[in-house]
Design a protein around this ligand. Sequence first.
Ligand SMILES: [Zn+2]
Length: 116
Amino acid sequence: MPTTYLTELRRLPEAKSLRLVFDDGYTAELAYDTLRGYCPCAGCQGHWTEAIRYQPPPRPVEPATLAPVGNYGVSIHWSDGHATGIYRFDFLRRLAEEVSAHDEPPERIRTEEIPR
Ligand SMILES: [Zn+2]
């Protein structure tokens, strides 16, 4: 069971970012391109990976639609047509903390504790 829940997900069109608010009050803003670059789907990452690689999109993207997946994640349909990534809340939390701790997006986000 996920221990982290996302309570708010909001587009910030001028910042080209999504604002994420978690149930413990932790708040972060992640750029659209950053989120797209860490798409966790098997097509982007391959199977059985213990880390999510950062693969920045060649052109800027925007989230066309955001849809909840169960009570554990959100599906993002990107403007480049890619829609298979399910961003689990616990992954989003890890991503937000890792990205905010670095000047540049880390090359990899370890995910060994996160079932995918
Ligand atoms: Zn993907």
